[in-house]
Write a protein that binds this ligand. Structure first.
Ligand SMILES: NC(=O)C1=CN([C@@H]2O[C@H](COP(=O)(O)OP(=O)(O)OC[C@H]3O[C@@H](n4cnc5c(N)ncnc54)[C@H](OP(=O)(O)O)[C@@H]3O)[C@@H](O)[C@H]2O)C=CC1
Ligand SMILES: N[C@@H](CC=O)C(=O)O
Ligand code: NA
Length: 367
């Protein structure tokens, strides 16, 4: 076991894709700006490769992506990773930048071993309610921390705001808005409030290229990504929602493409079904409206729903730009004027910002 250092915190990263690379760059700046505690990257992996040494030698953060790409080491199995991180003698924060359910399922194991977690991955907090309970019980029992701001609204302060409302004794009655950067971008560019808009399937490809979509864009188009975010918010607001499939969720996947085997094949075949979304858009236009993909949680009625709705052109939801999310919290204190949060809801840099700010919170508590 390496010698213990109170003023050193080790960082282990799983996932080095769009968000992971932006996080690495923010971590490099953070480590340079803040000498204490010393931040030491000791493990990084994708699904196929890893970088680490048995004596926990620091990995150069600036070169980590390139060194990882050239590495011949395989990732450690998750229980082995927990063991490895536990032998460093320093406090450790795991940064999960994947969308993996397997990694999410292992959070209780990491937390029980005293390893804190920061992540934009929604799977742990929107999976089974039992996993949610196990995660927070493990953190409470071991004193390790878990933060997931970017799991809703990317770096926008959505989770922290909701926690503050609840923890200070306000009563949240309703949460509603646009919760997907991808869906926002798609509808803002396909059905703008002025002009004719782009082709649906071409906009879907653009959203993927811009890094807004989930690794498989069908996870956005089937409504599940928004359903996951609403599950997380509903639970934080006090509703023990069982899963993201336990309430009505509208899918925008054409019936004919429901069984295609890969995201790439789906994107290739999607142009043949553009007429379906054109019809939805035209129907709203006939009423002088635009269509948008929204979600809502009615806390008192215990109702959660996700799907398309039509909006007047003057409505704030109709007028969103780019990948903007807009989230309104209706509470007893705020009365009929909700507390509203708006801004980019997807993209590598803004998502990594939420992860980095979570890391800062953990450091202020453990270091
Ligand atoms: N992109 C965005 O705007 C936002 C993303 N998020 C969340 O951030 C997370 C990352 O998204 P993003 O960076 O866009 O996704 P990417 O697909 O770009 O990157 C995912 C990374 O995770 C790795 N990975 C996947 N599964 C495993 C596994 N089982 N073990 C180890 N590594 C694994 C991948 O490795 P490999 O390449 O080898 O598969 C890849 O490096 C997701 O949970 C997403 O929902 C949240 C808010 C906004
Ligand atoms: N795919 C998601 C990414 C952020 O959670 C989205 O588009 O909102
Ligand atoms: Na957020």
């Amino acid at each position: 076991m390496a010698a213990a250092s109170a003023r050193q915190v080790n960082i282990a990263i799983i996932g080095a894709g769009g968000v992971g690379k932006c996080f690495l760059s923010q971590l490099e700046q953070l480590a340079a700006r803040r000498p204490s505690p010393k931040l030491v990257l000791t493990y990084i992996s994708t699904s196929k490769k890893a970088l680490y040494s048995t004596d926990h030698v620091a990995i150069n953060i600036a070169d980590a992506t390139a060194t990882l790409a050239a590495s011949q080491q395989a990732p450690l199995a998750l229980p082995k990773l927990v063991e490895f991180l536990g032998t460093s003698g320093s406090k450790t924060v795991l940064v999960d930048n994947t969308s993996s359910q397997d990694v999410a399922d292992a959070y209780p194991l990491f937390l029980n071993s005293g390893i804190s977690i920061v992540t934009p991955n929604k799977k742990a907090f929107s999976g089974s309610y039992k996993l949610w309970q196990d995660i927070f019980a493990a953190a409470a029992q071991s004193g390790s921390r878990v933060y997931h701001e970017s799991s809703v609204g990317a770096g926008l302060p959505v989770i922290s705001t909701l926690k503050d409302l609840v923890d200070t004794g306000d009563e949240v009655t309703k949460i509603e808005g646009v919760f997907s950067g991808t869906m926002s971008f798609l509808f803002n560019s396909f059905a703008p409030t002025s002009g004719s808009g782009g082709q649906w399937s071409a906009e879907v490809k653009k959203a993927k290229e811009l890094g807004y979509t989930e690794p498989d864009p069908r996870d956005d188009l089937n409504g599940l990504d928004v359903a996951r975010k609403l599950t997380i918010l509903a639970r934080l607001a006090g509703l023990p929602v069982e899963s993201p499939t336990s309430f009505p969720v509208q899918s925008l996947i054409p019936k004919e493409l429901e069984s295609v085997s890969s995201g790439d094949e789906f994107l290739e075949k999607l142009p043949a079904f553009d007429a379906q979304m054109e019809a939805t858009k035209a129907e709203a236009e006939k009423e002088g409206k635009v269509v948008r993909f929204v979600g809502s949680i009615d806390v008192a009625a215990k109702q959660v729903k996700v799907g398309l709705e039509k909006f007047d052109l003057s409505h704030p939801i109709a007028a969103l730009k780019g990948s903007d999310n807009i989230i309104s919290f209706y509470t007893k204190r705020y009365g009929s004027n909700p507390l509203i949060i708006q801004g980019a809801g997807a993209g590598g840099d803004v998502t990594a910002m939420g992860v980095t700010s979570d890391l800062l919170k953990v450091l202020s508590q453990i270091a």
